[in-house]
Design a protein around this ligand. Structure first.
Ligand SMILES: CC(C)(COP(=O)(O)OP(=O)(O)OC[C@H]1O[C@@H](n2cnc3c(N)ncnc32)[C@H](O)[C@@H]1OP(=O)(O)O)[C@@H](O)C(=O)NCCC(=O)NCCS
Length: 174
């Protein structure tokens, strides 16, 4: 699905006080991988991309993304949640890379207990702003067609479907 970044973009909801947006740094690879794993491990995308269903697979994927030529720190963000104690848990992640003239959103994920509060919309918006900051006018993402919740969300935010790609997936039989 694609979105034009030149037109006025959707407005993100405010970030609730107990959440903090964390800018990319190389030391956060593990935190991104952990948030990615907890966001995707029980989701349909983990059937299509099995590495998303494994902790080690998510770490490998994060390392690969961070090493890509087009990796954009401006479009890569983490969300931390603080429940009032001293510790944080990382509950959301998005990564962005430049793919010729496009910004490409990599796996946007919010962990289960934190969904439905606008955090996915917020992170996506921040990542798209990052694409704009480096001069990109268009962005795309790939989403599994059966992931109807996410498709509905992206559609509502202004993304439009441009093509359907078919991928082979292993199916487990009981
Ligand atoms: C997609 C995702 C990032 C949305 O995060 P979120 O913080 O819940 O999103 P928001 O609160 O900003 O928006 C909620 C909207 O998401 C949509 N949505 C996305 N996934 C959904 C799901 N599994 N079930 C129900 N609704 C879902 C709904 O349309 C909801 O709209 P509503 O507010 O009108 O009910 C999150 O559900 C997630 O991490 N899912 C698993 C990973 C994934 O599929 N990522 C997208 C692949 S590219």
């Amino acid at each position: 699905m694609e979105i034009d970044l030149r037109s006025s973009m959707f407005s993100p909801p405010p970030l609730p006080a107990e959440y903090q947006l964390v800018q990319w740094s190389a030391g956060l690879i593990d935190a991104h991988a952990e948030a990615k794993f907890h966001s995707f491990c029980y989701e349909i995308d983990a059937n299509v991309f099995p590495c998303l269903g494994e902790r080690e697979g998510c770490l490998r994927l994060m390392r690969e993304i961070a090493k890509r030529d087009g990796f954009l720190r401006e479009a890569t963000w983490l969300l931390a949640h603080n429940d009032g104690s001293d510790s944080y848990d990382y509950c959301g992640t998005v990564q962005g890379v430049r793919d010729s003239d496009f910004g490409a959103i990599q796996n946007l994920g919010i962990t289960m207990p934190h969904r439905g509060h606008g955090l996915g919309t917020y992170l996506l918006h921040r990542s798209l702003l990052g694409f704009r900051e480096v001069g990109l006018n268009k962005a795309y993402l790939e989403v599994t067609a059966q992931n109807t919740g996410a498709v509905k969300l992206y559609h509502r935010l202004g993304f439009r479907r441009v093509k359907t790609v078919y991928k082979a997936a292993d199916v487990a039989y009981a």
